[in-house]
Design a protein around this ligand. Sequence first.
Ligand code: 5AD
Ligand code: SF4
Length: 448
Amino acid sequence: MKFFIRTYGCQMNERDSEAAAALLRQHGHEQVLNEADADVIIVNTCSVRSKAEAKALGKLGILASERRPGRLIGVMGCMAQRLGADVFEKVPGINFVIGTGSLGLLPRAVETAAGGGGPFVDVGDLLNGSVCTSAHVYDNQQAKAFVNVLFGCDRRCSYCVVPFVRGRERSRPAEEILAEVLDLAQHGVREITLLGQSVLSYGRKGNVWSPDHVSPRGLTEPFPKLLEAVAAVPGIRRVRFTSAHPSGCTPELARVFATVEQICEHVHLPLQSGSDRILKMMRRGYTVDDYRRAVERLRQAVPTMAFTTDIIVGFPTETEEDFEATRAIVEEIGFDNAFVFKYSPRPGTLAAEWKDDVPPSEKLKRNKILLEDLDRIAMKRHQQKRIGSIQEVMADGFSPRNRKMWSGRTRDFMTVVFEPPAGARPGDFLNILIRRATPQTLYGEVRP
Ligand code: 5AD
Ligand code: SF4
């Protein structure tokens, strides 16, 4: 059958969609790039905010209402995990629902539905869910790959639905990760992004790590050790990871940043709020000062380090003063980019029990103010350190906005748009002179 996958949400979901596609291809199905050509459409969903779920449900509703005879519609990912069989009630006409831990059952779900069976639902065993390795995923020519290192999350941030849809934290054995990276490198992959909800806590629990996991400074820190090991795999030129937490920004992490060339100088370090009172209510486990110290430590090791972040505005009880504190620390840190989210209560979380008392108009206002601040700060940083410089860019291919141009990423994760030289291929490393910038994009010319 011809299948098409639409993905919402984070890199974790992107990775799962790649694994899902690979599984279906292995079972003889054909992936199509055009939704209209598909006999099976799978929507990979996110639950992190109510808007993310509304979007997926809206999309599913439209697909179901088209009533194309013989076409199957399936749902996977976090919303599938959270709602389970309720999806069938919310959107009549759906054929199967596969939870985040049940990815391995996808071919069976498709085959059951195609045979007229169903509806098929499996949101069981979140903890021991099947894990597809990238070795099977990257059968096409790709220069970048995501590698899961840690699943689930044991932090209990009061607003967050992730523990309910991705399960308890568990790390993959390092040997397995390294074997996967080696295989990817041998297939031409040059950039690896290590994925985990709170990736710096890798290996702290239930992980099989080889006996030499004690770092040179005598600290038991599996994650920096893993970074070094991944970076040492022949062929790997760039290593990234996401997402970080201030508690993991240790001297040992700073040391590997400073000493291992392949580790790119960018950290996505969610801040969420700049008010200690709100951070406490969010149960983030750090104060603004802890956050500041984490940034300082990494910047001391690598002065050009770029930081990006996530911020929630309009958390329950957030006052004008709390919001101003967020603006102040955002200014002080000097983020290169950030995602700003309006708080939305998620079922089952602690914060959902509190009154969602910041009015939507106020959330919108704070969101807008912060985005304006962030654009201004990013422009300042581009002017100070990027415009006029030559950056190493790894080419991704066509720019999504202008098909005549290509885009790629700098080591510090900025998007660069440029005219491709003759014979350029995705995955090429190019030196690009940066000529101008908008807050989120740099524009430049290829230099020999
Ligand atoms: N409301 C708004 N934003 C949220 N996020 C997580 N949960 C919520 C929520 N209930 C944001 C956080 C997180 C990002 C992935 O989504 O900023 O870092
Ligand atoms: Fe990713 Fe969280 Fe959304 Fe799931 S709920 S797709 S883990 S952001």
